[in-house]
Ligand binder design. Structure first.
Ligand code: FPP
Length: 229
């Protein structure tokens, strides 16, 4: 969801207003993508490296997570269902940098998230692709230490099973708005054979039509997975 800061600056607003506008777009795109039947989406909301931003901006983004989690709780209590269910992914261990009340809220929500038919919406928070792969490697090392699995028997599936996205559909398409042409530590393992769609559009200006354009570009690609033709 890149470009929130620049979008706000263009309008003479504080950067945090860009993030607020970004959440509205996030909601709209989730609704639209769920309607299209896309089984899983992942939004890069806060990287493991984003903590170095000004404290005021970090606090404002944390408040947006709080608000999203509280709204989800309220909807659940009122039986007002959405077509998509949220999962938070990233290093969300106790004692880390993510505030404890947010961890509590998201654990409560995960207990409730059950409907397997719905589109999965991953919100990546305190997320880093390298850290995720390291986390999966540590899990395998522990299994080897316990002789539950020998290192020579490790498979790619075993690594997959230790990722935050374990059990979810394969990643087909990565969309990066705002003109940056890099992955920035996003879904490194999962994107090995993904297609990419880059655009100069700033995230708060991203619309359903942009998602349609990205999907149309994706549909026209020839995915060979190492094969010919
Ligand atoms: C990147 O744009 C955006 C972020 C680091 C924060 C995104 C987080 C949100 C929109 C809040 C998400 C909350 C929910 C509930 C989904 P940038 O700030 O790097 O923009 P710039 O490159 O123009 O400065």
């Amino acid at each position: 969801m890149d470009g929130n800061g620049r979008w706000a600056k263009q309008r003479g607003l504080p950067r945090t207003e860009g993030h607020k506008a970004g959440v509205e777009v996030f909601e709209r795109i989730c609704e639209y993508a769920a309607g299209l039947g896309i089984p899983a989406l992942t939004f890069y909301a806060f990287s493991a490296e984003n903590w170095v931003r000004p404290q005021e901006e970090v606090a404002a983004i944390m408040n947006l997570f709080r608000r999203q989690l509280e709204a989800a709780e309220r909807r659940k209590a009122e039986n007002e269902e959405k077509r998509w269910r949220i999962r938070y992914i990233g290093d969300l261990e106790d004692g880390g940098p993510v505030p404890a009340d947010i961890l509590r809220l998201l654990r409560d929500m995960e207990h409730q998230a059950s409907d397997k038919e719905k589109t999965i919406v991953n919100i990546a928070v305190n997320y880093g692709g390298r850290q995720e792969i390291l986390h999966a490697a540590q899990r395998l090392a522990r299994l080897a230490q316990a002789h539950a699995l020998e290192p020579e028997d490790f498979t790619e599936q075993d690594v997959d099973d230790g990722l935050y996205t374990a059990g979810q559909p394969a990643l087909d398409l990565v969309i990066r708005p705002s003109g940056e042409l890099r992955l920035s530590n996003f879904l490194l393992w999962q994107s090995a054979y993904a297609e990419f769609w880059f655009s100069d559009i700033l995230w708060p200006d991203f619309t359903e039509a942009h998602l349609d354009a990205a999907l149309a570009a994706y549909a026209a690609r020839n995915r060979r997975f190492g094969d010919v033709e």
